[in-house]
Design a protein around this ligand. Structure first.
Ligand SMILES: Cc1ncc(COP(=O)(O)O)c(C=O)c1O
Length: 411
């Protein structure tokens, strides 16, 4: 008898995981992985933040803790401290008691339950027709998350100007102007993935002006707070500005990168509403969504983050740890640019230092990427996106020389 699964089609692999598998299988000693989506030290190793190690030991030694279920919406001290780090302690939204948080499985979980909530309750019941606008390009999971939540009209808004290797502000503003009222816009709070290009405060002001006038809903994705500039406050500027302008909004937060807690799956969905009553009803529905999705969240990552954020000395230590990561990225950016320029690599390379966060959109085309992978064993995404942490003081000369060769040999 044939299997009941015999008509299930084979799904394609997720590009970033496939790239890492290909890298692992490569036995060439020169190989470099610029495709990975996580921080690496100058020895190409994952980094357990010293503050995280310390707090993990505190947790292990704390006999008052147990493994009982957490509340459905998560650990209260985690939810509140996570929202505070996004909005700032002096946010008017806290003073007016109109902020809620939902602990989630990473930033992805926050996006997913946020999307599910919007599909169920935004603009009426079971709303699948509201357009969702996602930047072009964006993190590849954004489209899929909203599609899986049931939205039928997922659109791209202009963001990246390939010729100028920077933000297409005009295109972005036009797409905002032309979007139907009440459309939802997914905005990267900082360190836009994959382009590493963020609007300036002045540009954010223009974006917010149009969004307010046209009643567009901002859904922020904040996966890299602290990573972009090294400053937690600077990286939260856009979200805080929108709150100061009176927007109701969602902000999906991930602590995967800035705490190095990738596999603990710790995130938070911050909800800002007009008043406490609205937020309370939203949270009551979020509870229903979480109940049928993961029922209640895991505790370890949330305890680590909450303890760190709520203890002044640990918080200072964490800020220094984040800065260490951000500064290594900045150093690699400067070093790569100076090497590419010294080699007289065709094109301009200012964008390498102008872009921020972990990723850089190099401008290398798919053929050049293929050359780097096949001939040089340097792994990067087909889009030309590289993770700056894949660069180290040991491999940067080889990478720069290889990019030079790819750029001169292949058009
Ligand atoms: C823009 C963006 N949003 C969300 C996420 C998801 O983060 P998490 O691993 O916490 O689910 C990522 C991770 O790469 C990301 O780059």
């Amino acid at each position: 008898m044939a299997s009941i699964f015999c008509s299930v089609p084979q799904a394609p692999p997720v590009a970033v995981f496939k790239l890492t598998a290909d890298f692992r299988a490569d036995s060439d000693a020169r190989k470099v992985n610029l495709g990975v989506g996580a921080y690496r030290t100058d020895d190409s190793q994952p980094w357990v933040l010293p503050v995280v190690k310390k707090v993990e030991q505190m947790i292990a030694n704390d006999n008052s803790l147990n493994h009982e279920y957490l509340p459905i919406l998560g650990l209260p001290e985690f939810r509140s401290s996570a929202s505070r780090i996004a909005l700032g302690d002096d946010s008017p939204a806290f003073k007016e008691d109109r902020v809620g948080g939902v602990q989630s499985l990473g930033g992805t979980g926050a996006l997913r339950i946020g999307a599910e909530f919007l599909r169920r309750w935004y603009n009426g019941n079971n709303n699948t027709a509201t357009p969702i606008y996602i930047s072009s390009p964006s993190w590849e999971n954004h489209n899929a998350v909203f599609m899986d939540a049931g939205f039928k009209d997922i659109r791209a808004y202009r963001y990246w100007d390939a010729a100028k290797r920077g933000l297409d502000l005009e295109g972005f503003l036009q797409d905002l102007e032309n979007a139907p009222e009440f459309s939802i816009f997914l905005l990267h709070a900082c360190a836009h993935n994959p382009t590493g290009t963020d609007p300036t405060p002045d540009e954010w002001r223009k974006i917010a002006d149009v969004m307010k006038r046209r009643s567009l809903f901002p859904f922020f994705d904040s996966a890299y707070q602290g990573f972009a500039s090294g400053s937690l406050d600077k990286d939260a500027w856009a979200v805080r500005f929108f709150v100061s302008q009176g927007f109701e909004l969602f902000c999906a937060q991930s602590f995967s990168k800035n705490f190095g807690l990738y596999n603990e799956r710790v995130g938070n969905l911050t909800v800002v509403g007009k008043d406490g009553d609205n937020v309370a009803r939203v949270l009551s529905q979020m509870e229903k969504i979480v109940r049928t999705t993961w029922s209640n969240p895991p505790s370890q990552g949330a305890r680590i983050v909450a303890t760190t954020l709520n203890t002044p000395e640990l918080f200072d230590e964490w800020r220094d740890n984040v800065k260490t990561m951000a500064e290594r990225v900045l150093l690699m950016r400067a070093e790569l640019k100076s090497r590419l320029e010294a080699l007289k690599t065709p094109g301009t390379w200012n964008h390498i230092v102008n872009q921020i966060g972990m990723f850089s959109y190099t401008g290398l085309n798919p053929k050049q990427v293929e050359y780097l992978i096949k001939e040089k064993h340097i792994y990067l995404m087909a889009s030309g996106r590289i993770n700056m942490c894949g660069l180290t003081t040991k491999n940067i000369d080889y990478v720069a020389q290889s990019i030079y060769e790819a750029s001169t040999k292949i058009q």
